[in-house]
Design a protein around this ligand. Structure first.
Ligand SMILES: NC(=O)c1ccc[n+]([C@@H]2O[C@H](COP(=O)([O-])OP(=O)(O)OC[C@H]3O[C@@H](n4cnc5c(N)ncnc54)[C@H](O)[C@@H]3O)[C@@H](O)[C@H]2O)c1
Length: 378
């Protein structure tokens, strides 16, 4: 089977998420890295692309040049482009590539407004192209196991989901003006929300993914603990899902002492589940009235949805880049025409962005409960 051609925009040298995409896309021999516009500085992007092995004529200075260059290649163009630039650019780049007939993996948040999210969903419907959103945590094998356990009734109807994504890496006020940190709290670059759009959005999407449900309404409290920040660095969001599940979410970037801090607990009528990103190979399960158990990646009896994503044996760590690789595996399968129900879609991107957007409105109105859904899904 011929390898697919992959390109990336953003993810330049020193970027946070670029290496995870390169490791993820190339991990399973499904893609070749054949094109890129990797940096906001054209020369730096061209030079880095070539150092990574991209041919000089496909190591582009910016994404518009890349779009034109790849369009001209016809059947020999990229099969997938990853958009790994700062948030405010996602919509424009994703829209342009989808409309030109390319498949896209867009970093979260997919857009910065509700309307843009809806527009991407409509473009995907019209073009039939794949637009996945990099909710990569949903692709850990034990997260897929949790989703399958909920779907198969192993914890009964879900009463409550509690999730946190809180770290302390932006808690140093003396580092607040560092450009890599600053853009995340600058509305011109990040959009309407800081920490919630950056990390909380993963937690919110994860709640919907594991419970196979949608957030219907929410109430939010936002704070900028470092006062020079225009956007929030700490948020608490209460929500309700369509099947009545109660949701609680805390996200913070000033929680000094927290390293990664993404945890989700799902409490059903007959059992509870807990998954923690710092111990991603384990899922904690407690049946009502029974003993707490650790379910390990690699052991027998897992659901096929989890089993198919394991590459190395039990107790060997499989970490973040391989979760990203699982997203690329699912996209490759989808490009080849297979159905992949667990792939995070543009609709999921639009829903979670809308929830972020309406949280901002709720927080401004003293935590008023608001509809969390994009109008197209009401
Ligand atoms: N899925 C995840 O878990 C995850 C984790 C981290 C970041 N992200 C997302 O990835 C995106 C990038 O975040 P980051 O932390 O890597 O940021 P970063 O600031 O570390 O890196 C951004 C990179 O994009 C390049 N860039 C900026 N504008 C560009 C443009 N117009 N054209 C080409 N390249 C451009 C920069 O030169 C840099 O190389 C954000 O949307 C962020 O939310 C997702």
């Amino acid at each position: 089977m011929a390898k697919l051609q992959w390109g990336m925009i953003g993810g330049g040298e020193g970027s946070q998420i670029g290496p995870a995409h390169r490791l993820g896309a190339l991990a399973d021999g499904l893609f070749d890295f054949t094109a890129g516009a990797l940096d906001h500085r054209p020369e730096a992007g061209r030079e880095y692309g070539q150092r990574l092995g991209i041919a000089a004529d496909r190591s582009y200075g910016d994404w518009k040049e890349m779009l034109e260059g790849e369009k001209k290649r016809g059947d020999d163009a990229i099969d997938l482009v990853t958009v790994a630039t700062p948030n405010s650019t996602h919509f424009e780049i994703t829209k342009a590539f989808l409309e030109a007939g390319f498949n896209v993996l867009c970093e979260k948040p997919m857009t910065v407004t509700v309307e843009e999210g809806e527009e991407i969903v409509k473009i995907v419907e019209k073009t039939g192209k794949i637009c996945a959103v990099n909710y990569c945590y949903t692709a850990y094998p034990m997260v897929r196991q949790a989703r399958a356990m909920v779907a198969n009734g192993e914890i009964g109807n879900v009463r409550c989901v509690v999730t946190e994504f809180s770290h302390g890496h932006h808690g140093d006020a003396t580092d607040a003006e560092n450009p890599r940190v600053r853009w995340r709290y600058d509305p011109a670059m990040a959009g309407v929300s800081g920490q919630f759009a950056d990390c909380g959005i993963h937690a919110l999407n994860m709640a919907t993914f594991i419970c196979n449900d949608e957030v219907e309404k929410l109430s939010a409290d936002f704070a900028s603990c470092i006062p020079s920040r225009e956007l929030e660095d700490d948020a608490m969001v209460n929500f309700r899902m369509s099947k009545g599940t109660v949701g609680r979410l805390w996200t913070s970037s000033v929680a000094i002492g927290r390293q990664h801090g993404f945890v989700i607990q799902v409490f059903g009528e007959t059992g509870g589940l807990k998954w923690f990103s710092e111990q991603p190979n384990q899922l904690i399960y407690t049946p009502v009235g029974g003993r707490t158990q650790i379910i390990e990646k690699g052991e027998g009896g897992l659901y096929p949805e989890a089993e198919r994503l394991q590459r190395v044996g039990i107790a060997h760590p499989e970490g973040f880049p391989l979760a990203v690789a699982n997203i690329y595996c699912d996209i490759a399968a989808a490009i080849r025409g297979e159905e992949r129900k667990d792939l995070p879609t543009a609709a999921a991107g639009a829903r979670s962005m809308a929830a972020v957007h309406y949280s901002v409105a709720s927080a401004k109105n003293g935590g008023e409960w608001v509809d969390a859904r994009p109008p197209m899904f009401r």
